[in-house]
Design a protein around this ligand. Structure first.
Ligand code: PLP
Length: 572
């Protein structure tokens, strides 16, 4: 055993707790206990050691010396780290039998834990107890032989969970909606993920727990539910900050979605920074959300839109992009990933080029964020925007990341409650970031759902997700291109994510989609809010299949076989 894995004995904790009278004193004690725990290497913060059922992130790592269990534990919430400390005191350094026989309820009772812990925190504590008992149970069952899952793995080995394909069923089991069948008894193959993803159980439960256990408005009232809800919301902001690697949570503004975030920038930054003669550079592969707000800004200010074309291989024409930049360019607004072509754009180098002429850069990451964490500092982008509903979280919430200096220099956009420091008969003063841009009651439940969605995506891992999507989309590309009259609109596999648009010569996309729908296959058909791109592709509508972490090769086969069936049926 590592000498550092020693904790106060239960009797010592009880003695110290006895002197504490108020809830505040107990919370303070727990926080200090958490701070005194041995270091927890970040390599152990993996899905393997994460305790499911806790609102905050909690990890427990067992170590078995052949006779006794020793545990390490940590959490991203200071008080919960203290609660983990209580459990380490109770369970670490004990045999499996002692662990299973320890009367934990009595211990909690004596510590008065149940009287001041919220139901959510109590559930989390019970989940931690269950996890520790599970380790002990496994050890007893294995009759003295150490089960591989119980040995403390090397931190590097702990991360290797295998490919998504290897555990696809257990991933699908986390999404209740995926077991729904259509009227014909067909399992729905949901291939419309670029429009909106489905939600894992943890996201659904976070919303239902909020409304059934402690809902209140945020940043207002002083009662327990109000502070719990506010803490949850701010934990979500911190989760977003971590996921996009923003320097500060103050730079993470919650909005209603990508569209709302872009409109905020177009109004708050654009109105006061653009004038006639200035230029905004956008690309032909933008979503209407990243076109129309700039066209409106152009109508308001007289600035001009400059379009970067796409090449025949469905990537951006980087030479034209370079040529389009000049001292007149005030903003470059680009999508990180095309919602029609699936093309992944070179955001980092495009941003560096824009900065050389003094332009600001807004990155539309609506189709990038579903595929895993991103690094706003590495991109060096000035603004990054995205929506929750495409990344496993609820609809109705989105994010605007902005560099602090820019956000501070911009006037507040919408006025109302929460965005002010003070209001007098003569005027108002604006609140600090991030509240300055969050007027009114925010979408509380929707914001809170971002945290479990991020945890889910983190547990899958960006690399694995991209490999899985490319396997699916690559198989679909090969299968569909073999069919008579099918055209795919796609760059090479290594330049794209799991989005594939196609059309069939002589058959309207609506008809193809209707046949597929009858066979339980959900795709999208239309211009996908990218009419300029479709004009460039010279096709009015395309069918779009978009794959995600829970899709299977079997669903790809069903798609290809059903498109083939539709072509035969509709050509008769
Ligand atoms: N940008 C891109 C690239 C998109 O794909 C979408 C949605 O499909 C949006 C912006 C708009 O997102 P929302 O409707 O969530 O505001």
């Amino acid at each position: 055993m590592e000498p550092s894995l020693t904790y106060p004995a239960p009797s010592e904790l009880l003695e110290e707790f006895e002197d504490l009278e108020t809830a505040e004193e107990r919370i303070q004690f727990l926080i200090e206990l958490g701070q005194s725990l041995p270091d927890f290497p970040s390599e152990y913060c993996t899905e393997e050691f994460r305790v499911v059922g806790c609102q905050s992130m909690v990890w427990i790592v067992p170590q078995w010396d052949g006779e006794l269990f020793h545990f390490r534990a940590s959490s991203d919430a200071p008080m919960v780290r203290g609660l983990a400390g209580v459990l380490l005191s109770a369970y670490s350094g004990k045999s499996p039998r002692d662990i299973l026989e320890f009367s934990v309820d009595e211990f909690f009772e004596k510590l008065h834990l149940k009287t001041f812990l919220s139901p959510l925190r109590s559930n989390g504590l019970n989940s931690m107890v269950k996890r520790i008992r599970h380790y002990a149970d496994t050890e007893l069952v294995s009759d003295g032989t150490v089960s591989p899952s119980v040995k403390t793995p090397a931190p590097e080995a702990a991360q290797d969970l295998g490919s998504i394909q290897d555990r696809i069923q257990s991933i699908r089991d986390e999404f209740p909606i995926l077991s729904v069948k259509n009227g014909e008894g067909e399992q729905i193959a949901y291939l419309d993920n670029a429009a909106s993803s489905q939600r894992p159980r943890a996201v659904i439960e976070s919303i239902s727990e909020l409304f059934s256990e402690h809902y209140s408005n945020v940043h207002r009232s002083g009662h327990a539910w109000a502070s719990e809800t506010t803490i949850k919301m701010e934990e979500s902001r911190e989760a977003v900050r971590r996921f996009i690697h923003a320097p500060s949570a103050d730079e993470v503004i919650f909005t209603a979605g990508t569209t709302a975030s872009i409109n905020l920038v177009a109004c708050a930054w654009g109105n006061s920074n653009l004038q006639p003669g200035d230029e905004i550079v956008i690309t032909e592969m933008e979503h209407h959300s990243n076109i129309v707000p700039w066209q409106q800004l152009s109508q308001r200010t007289g600035c001009r839109i400059v379009w970067v074309p796409i090449l025949p291989d469905y990537t951006l024409d980087m030479k034209s992009y370079a040529d389009s930049l000049s001292e007149r360019t005030k903003l470059v607004a680009i999508t990180a990933v095309s919602n029609v072509l699936g093309t992944i754009n070179p955001v980092k180098s495009m941003t560096a080029m824009a900065h050389q002429v003094g332009a600001k850069v807004l990155v539309d990451a609506a189709q990038a964020i579903p595929h895993g964490s991103l690094d706003v500092q590495d991109w060096d982008a000035d603004f990054v925007v995205f929506s929750g509903h495409k990344m496993l979280a609820s609809s109705g919430v989105g994010v605007l990341y902005g560099k602090r200096s820019l956000l501070e220099s911009m006037p507040a956009w919408q006025g109302g409650g929460s965005m002010i420091k003070a209001v007098t008969f003569d005027g108002f003063t604006v609140a600090d970031l991030p509240h300055k841009f969050e007027a009114g009651t925010p979408p509380i439940a929707e914001i809170i759902s971002l945290s479990p969605a991020i945890e889910f995506l983190e547990s899958i891992g960006k690399q694995r997700l991209m490999e899985h999507e490319r396997m699916l989309v690559g198989t679909a590309m090969v299968g569909l291109s073999k069919l008579d009259g099918v055209r795919t609109y796609s760059p090479a596999l290594e330049q794209k994510c799991g989005i594939l648009s196609f059309s069939v010569d002589g058959i309207h996309g609506e008809e193809i989609a209707r046949v597929l729908d009858g066979r339980g296959i959900a795709i999208r058909v239309g211009h996908h809010c990218a009419m300029p791109l479709h004009a460039r592709l010279a096709v009015p509508v395309t069918c779009r299949a978009s794959f995600y972490l829970y899709n299977t090769l079997d669903e790809v086969s069903r798609l290809v076989e059903s498109v083939s069936h539709a072509i035969k049926l509709l050509r008769r």
